[in-house]
Design a protein around this ligand. Structure first.
Ligand code: 5AD
Ligand code: SF4
Length: 482
């Protein structure tokens, strides 16, 4: 993966960025695929590329040579949707000069807007929701007969387990593996349960096989993806069930998230294992103990808190309060003192008072996150919050609160990086630094970016680096001579 791509992926965790994915091959028709939003969308795009490659499409990064343009979209916040609308407008000229061009919208925004997309956004020929990607070749064929095509059916079973993703824009070192789909949590602000449907877990054997193949192809890091990985439970396929609901036979073969982590970690001690996203209400000590037991499971947890106030958390329907969240933080610190922690925070949620906002600030000081993704609340149609509460925190107030949150976080990010000064850390090299050809960059187990002089090292190497300097975003060091 290029530095630029890495940077975009980084941003994409915030649900905002664009990635132009591509590899060009010969012959065949050309597919231009652009992804927005979370890592799950980027992972889905690799599945889409695989399905369409079977149907005779090669991906291209040259928009102007493409026969089919697909945007894999995000609906998490209003501004994510606006970016897609703008992008569709950009395509207007293209469509005029090439009337045979097929333009399609995939992902969460497609699922949310359904036929409205075809009716209102005249530029779109095709709409496919997150569980409909196997139908894409047929949908494109339908468009080519002069019709508009749509499939937004959500599934209780689809996990794309048998699809071998095309690793687009890959750095050849780290890859995503999607382990589950959908979400059953119904946090009141969140549109995901409506756009990605019910939660279902993927067969662990297919996950381990994918990890093994990646390792055999030189990859050294996999990130297991799910909206709520802690509730992963495979009992033979189908929609989510609690362990208690399983039959004796299902219990016998059931694999939970801790079990899955251990299976993937066993592929090789040289394969780093990461995962996202954890849910504070579901994260068990068993998962933490499994992380502690396997040196190759990275010591980094993204544990979204959203708010530091229990009443706000209740309105958000998060299923935990502040003390429960802090209990999970204490468990992480107890079981893995060297574990880095990051979070997501929403500011200005419905009815949030100044006092409640201050509780978020105090929680941030109490935890001292290594990193945080911070957002202003954006009302999403159909969600519980949109139906039940007023989006009543004034825009200037949201701006001010967000600024305060960002300020505290940048202080902590710097402080957490300064703690590493003078230490020697193991870095998995991902590529060449964006600032200098002479430097490489990679990450520590704690997900911290480290930049150091290249010497004889290359992507995929594990290097012991002594850290001598840092900013709030990056550690600077030098490889130890062995
Ligand atoms: N407004 C603002 N932020 C949101 N998120 C999810 N829904 C919304 C919303 N309606 C944030 C949450 C979540 C992250 C992926 O996006 O913090 O953890
Ligand atoms: Fe949305 Fe909550 Fe599910 Fe995350 S856990 S996807 S915030 S509903």
């Amino acid at each position: 993966m290029s530095n630029h791509t890495q940077e975009l992926l980084e941003e994409s965790r915030q649900g905002e960025a664009t990635l132009l994915n591509a590899i060009t091959a010969s012959g065949n028709r050309k597919l231009y695929l652009e992804s927005y939003g979370c890592q799950m969308n980027f992972s889905d795009s690799e599945i889409v590329a695989s399905i369409l490659s079977e149907a005779g499409y090669d991906t291209t990064k040259n928009l102007y040579e493409s026969d089919v343009v697909l945007l894999n979209t995000c609906a998490i916040r209003e501004n994510a949707e606006q970016r897609v609308r703008q992008r569709l407008k950009d395509f207007q000229g293209l469509k005029k000069s090439n009337p045979r061009l097929v333009v399609g919208v995939l992902g969460c925004m497609a699922e949310r807007l359904k036929e409205k997309f075809l009716e209102e956004e005249k530029l779109v020929d095709l709409v496919a929701g997150p569980d409909a990607y196997r139908a894409l070749p047929d949908l494109i064929a339908e468009v080519e007969t002069g019709q508009k095509a749509m499939n937004v059916l959500l599934s209780l079973e689809e996990t794309y387990a048998d699809i071998n993703p095309v690793r687009m824009g890959s750095n050849g070192v780290s890859a995503f593996i999607s382990i589950m789909r959908g979400c059953d949590n119904m946090c009141s602000f969140c549109v995901v349960p409506f756009t990605r449907g019910r939660e279902r877990s993927r067969d662990p054997e297919s996950i381990v096989k994918e990890a093994q193949e990646l390792f055999d192809n030189g990859f050294r890091e996999v990130t297991l993806l799910g909206q709520n990985v802690d509730s992963y439970l495979f009992y033979g396929g189908g929609p989510k069930k609690d362990f208690k609901q399983l039959s004796e036979e299902e219990k016998g073969r059931a694999v939970n998230f801790a079990g899955l982590l251990a299976k993937v970690a066993a592929v090789s001690p040289l394969l780093r294992v990461r995962f996202t996203t954890s849910n504070p209400g579901d994260m068990t000590d068993e998962v933490l103990e499994t992380m502690a037991a396997w040196p190759n499971i990275c010591k980094y947890i993204h544990l979204p808190v959203q708010s530091g106030n229990s009443d706000v958390l209740h309105r958000m329907n998060r299923g935990y309060d502040r003390p429960t969240y802090m209990n999970r933080i204490a468990a992480i610190r107890r079981i893995m003192p060297d574990c880095a922690i990051s979070t997501d925070i929403i500011t200005g949620f419905c009815g949030e008072t100044e006092e409640e906002h201050k509780d978020t600030l105090s929680l941030m000081q109490e935890v001292g996150y290594d990193y945080a993704y911070m957002f202003q609340y954006s009302e999403r149609p159909r969600t519980l919050a949109a139906r039940k509460f007023k989006d009543d925190v004034a825009q200037e107030e949201k701006n001010r609160r967000l600024k305060e949150i960002i300020q505290i976080q940048s202080e902590w990010s710097l402080k957490r990086n300064q703690e590493v000064l003078g230490q020697t850390v193991e870095v998995l090299v991902e590529g060449v630094s964006k600032k200098s050809e002479e430097d490489l960059f990679g990450r520590t187990s704690q997900y911290k970016v480290v930049v150091f002089p290249k010497e004889q090292f290359k992507p995929g190497d594990y290097v012991q680096v002594k850290v001598h300097d840092c900013t709030s975003a990056t550690l600077l060091g030098k490889a130890l001579t062995s």
